[in-house]
Write a protein that binds this ligand. Structure first.
Ligand code: GLU
Length: 295
């Protein structure tokens, strides 16, 4: 599949979509600032979406902290669900119905199959190599033939997986990183759309929301490049027009280690408490920020 975004003529609509699993760090701020700049330069709209579907890992205090930190840093978003005040974000936890409908559509199209494998089952399968983003390639234990019309959930606890076409190349041109190519079945395997704890998975929720919110360009971290390839398959299966993509290089600390939420040292809260000013931080980023490049 060769995905060419044809969305450039639509008014620009961008989004920032953090998950409240910890406090935001400088890397988030830099990627989100690029998203905000791109929306502003194009006279577009920026949306804040709180990706809080993982009930075990997401915490309301992180969601509150996220909005506070974003405002402190100078982010402004223009649209929300019109409940909870003008600055309230869209919450994925309140949009389950949309994801459920999309899953039903994929079931009727024969794009998905129920899967009872646990993470442990997959780890212990000898034939589960790692894909492009270090995710294990699903060994196909629950895969059924494409002729199967199985659309019901089996009695055991099951999730739903999207069946990829092994060997299919997925190509797209990234706005920051240029031409990209992934091969289904090699860089990633059949991926989870609905988890066995009855929650939508990131890939499904992100695509359904980006389409429902009319997003014309997705700006996010380069760790999600292989997810973009998966998501392009979902856009096709659901009959949605894909947006353009712009993946920002990830920020590393002084030791070259990628910033993570579990390491609080460069969290926006800490920097704020230490008297840092957002303006000074942005000035340090300088022109690199404009180009979506690392310092
Ligand atoms: N919620 C995802 C994250 O925090 C980002 C999703 C996206 O931008 O598509 O990593």
């Amino acid at each position: 599949m060769n995905a060419h975004a044809t969305t450039q003529r639509r008014p620009y609509r961008g989004r920032i979509a953090p998950s409240p699993t910890g406090h935001l760090h400088l890397g988030h701020a830099r990627t989100f600032w690029t998203a905000q700049q791109r929306a502003r330069e194009r006279g577009g709209v920026l949306i804040l979406r709180n990706e809080d579907i993982d009930r075990a890992r997401c915490k309301p205090e992180f969601a509150r902290g996220m909005t506070e930190d974003l405002k402190w840093f100078g982010f402004e978003w223009q649209e929300g669900p019109d409940v909870g005040g003008p600055h309230a974000p869209y919450n994925q936890s309140e949009r389950q119905r949309l994801y459920q409908d999309a899953l039903e559509q994929l079931k009727s199209g024969g794009f998905v199959y129920p899967c009872t494998c646990s993470r442990k089952d997959i780890q212990s399968a000898a034939s589960a190599p790692q894909g492009a983003d270090d995710e294990l390639i699903y060994p196909g234990t629950c895969r059924v033939s494409s002729q199967s019309t199985l659309t019901h959930q089996p009695s055991t606890k099951a999730g739903w997986r999207f069946r990829v076409r092994d060997g299919e190349p997925i190509e797209f041109t990234d706005g920051a990183l240029g031409p990209q190519r992934f091969v289904a079945g090699k860089d990633f395997g059949d991926f989870v759309l609905w988890r066995n704890d009855d929650a939508p998975a990131y890939q499904l929720a992100a695509v359904v929301d980006d389409a429902a919110m009319g997003i014309t360009e997705v700006v996010r971290g380069a760790d999600l490049l292989a997810s973009t390839a998966r998501q392009l398959l979902l856009y096709r299966a659901l009959g949605f027009e894909p947006p353009a993509f712009f993946h920002c290089p990830l920020m590393t600390d002084a030791n070259g280690v990628r910033l993570a939420k579990r390491n609080d040292a460069l969290s926006l809260r800490r920097l704020r408490a230490g008297g840092e000013s957002p303006k000074a931080i942005r000035e340090r980023w300088g022109g690199a920020l404009q180009r979506g490049l690392p310092d």
